[in-house]
Design a protein. Structure first.
Length: 404
C-alpha cells in the first residue's frame, strides 16, 4: 500500500496531494504509510493554502522553486556557480553568502516557528486562565445558590416547626380546657349530690336513728368520692399519654426532616467536590500538554542547530536528555490509539520503531521509558505475553500492550 500511496503522490506533480484527499482515497490507515515514506525521505510535507500537502522529492523542489522567491534566488546563485560564470573569488564569496543565507533562513524559520508556538501557548494559557476564572465564578455561584437554598429550607423547617408547636399547644390548651370543664362539671355534680344528701340527712334525722343514717351517708359519700377520683385519674392519665405521643411524633418528624436536609447538603457538597476535581484535573492536563509542547520546542531548536559539540556528540544526541516522561506518554498514547485493533492490543515493536525514529533513541532507552510509564500509570495500561520483543517479566517476554 505504501507504493500505491507514493505513486499517487508522484502523479500529482508539483501540485501535490492534500492529506484529506489521501484519507478519502485510502482510508485513515494511510497516515502510517505516509509517516514511513516521510521518515525514509521519499516524500515531503508542507502547508499549501492552509492544508497539509505531500510531494515527492523532485516535485517538492520544483514547487518550492516556483513559489518561494528565496529559493529561486538560491537556485540562480547555484546555477551561476555551477556554470562557472564568476571567478574563483566570486565563487567563494557567493558560496559563503549562500551558506550564510541558508543558515539565516534556517534560524529565521526556527525562530518563526518558536514565535508561532509561543503565541499559541500564550493564547492557550489565556484561555485556560479565562476558563479557570469562569469555573471559579461558577463554583462561587453554585455555593451561593446552595447557601440560599439551605437558608430557604431552614426557614421553611423553622416555619413548619413553629406551626407544629403552635398546633400542639392549641390542642393541649383545648384538652386542658375540656378537662377543666369536665372537672367543674364533676365538681358541680358532686356538690349537688352532697346537697341532696344533706337535705336527705336533715329529713331523715327527724324520724330515724341518727347514728345509722350518718353511717349510711358516710358510706354513700365515700363511694361517690372514690368513683369521681377514679374517673379523674383515668382522664388525666389518658391526657398525659396523648401529650407524650404527640411530642414523640413531633420529635420523630423533626429528626427525619433534619436527616433529609443533612443528606441533601452532603450530596450537594459531594457533587461540587467531584465537579471541581474534574475541572482541576482537566486544567492540569492542559498545563502538562503545554509543558510537553515547550519541551518539543527545545528539542526542535536543538535539532535545528545541528552542530557538533566539544565532546564529539551532535545536538541530536544531546536532545535525548530533554525527552520527559510526560512528553513520551503523550506520543505513546497517540501511537497506541492509531495502531489499536478492534480488541485493543498493539505490538510494542511497532510503537518502538516509530518512537526511536522520532526521538533518535535506542531500543533499550525506549523500553526503559515504557517501564517507567507502566510503573507510574499502572491503572491505565495492560501488558500481554508474546511478540518478537518487549519487557521481560518473570522470565516471559511481554510484547503486547493496550489501554485499560
Amino acid at each position: 500500500m505504501a507504493s500505491e500511496v507514493y505513486n499517487r503522490i508522484e502523479v500529482a506533480g508539483i501540485y501535490g496531494v492534500r492529506r484529506v484527499d489521501l484519507r478519502k482515497e485510502f482510508g485513515e490507515d494511510v497516515d502510517k504509510h505516509v509517516e514511513e515514506l516521510i521518515s525514509s525521505g521519499l516524500i515531503f510535507a508542507d502547508k499549501k493554502s492552509g492544508a497539509i500537502t505531500y510531494w515527492t522529492k523532485d516535485n517538492y523542489i520544483k514547487y518550492v522553486m516556483e513559489n518561494d522567491p528565496k529559493f529561486k534566488l538560491i537556485q540562480v546563485m547555484i546555477n551561476s556557480i555551477s556554470n562557472g560564470t564568476t571567478s574563483r573569488e566570486e565563487d567563494c564569496r557567493m558560496y559563503d553568502a549562500l551558506e550564510e543565507r541558508v543558515v539565516n533562513m534556517m534560524h529565521n524559520t526556527i525562530d518563526e516557528k518558536v514565535r508561532d508556538l509561543n503565541r499559541y501557548i500564550d493564547e492557550h494559557i489565556s484561555l485556560i486562565k479565562n476558563d479557570y476564572s469562569s469555573i471559579n465564578s461558577h463554583i462561587m455561584q453554585e455555593i451561593s445558590n446552595i447557601k440560599e437554598e439551605l437558608s430557604n429550607k431552614l426557614s421553611l423547617l423553622n416555619t413548619i416547626i413553629d406551626e407544629r408547636i403552635s398546633s400542639t399547644n392549641n390542642d393541649l390548651n383545648l384538652k386542658l380546657e375540656n378537662v377543666k370543664n369536665e372537672f367543674n362539671t364533676s365538681t358541680n355534680r358532686l356538690e349537688e349530690k352532697i346537697n341532696s344528701i344533706l337535705i336527705d340527712v336533715e329529713r331523715r334525722i327527724a324520724g330515724m336513728n341518727v347514728a345509722d343514717e350518718i353511717q349510711d351517708i358516710r358510706n354513700v359519700m365515700n363511694e361517690n368520692v372514690s368513683s369521681i377520683r377514679e374517673e379523674m385519674d383515668k382522664r388525666l392519665n389518658n391526657l398525659h399519654l396523648e401529650i407524650e405521643s404527640r411530642i414523640s411524633a413531633l420529635k420523630d418528624d423533626l429528626s427525619s426532616r433534619i436527616i433529609r436536609i443533612d443528606e441533601s447538603i452532603h450530596d450537594e457538597l459531594t457533587r461540587i467536590k467531584v465537579e471541581m476535581g474534574e475541572r482541576i484535573s482537566a486544567l492540569s492536563d492542559e498545563i502538562k500538554a503545554i509543558g510537553s509542547m515547550l519541551e518539543e520546542v527545545k528539542v526542535i531548536t536543538t535539532k535545528g542547530n545541528g552542530h557538533t559539540n566539544g565532546n564529539g556528540k551532535t545536538n541530536n544526541d544531546a536532545g535525548r536528555e530533554h525527552i520527559t516522561l510526560e512528553q513520551f506518554r503523550i506520543d505513546f498514547d497517540r501511537m497506541l490509539a492509531e495502531a489499536s485493533s478492534s480488541i485493543g492490543w498493539v505490538e510494542l515493536i511497532s510503537i518502538r520503531e516509530r518512537m526511536c525514529r522520532k526521538y533518535d533513541i535506542t531500543a533499550h532507552e525506549f523500553y526503559s521509558l515504557v517501564s517507567q510509564l507502566l510503573e507510574r500509570f499502572s491503572n491505565r495500561y495492560e501488558l500481554s505475553s508474546g511478540g518478537q520483543e518487549g519487557i521481560v517479566i518473570r522470565g516471559l517476554v511481554h510484547g503486547f500492550v493496550r489501554r485499560i
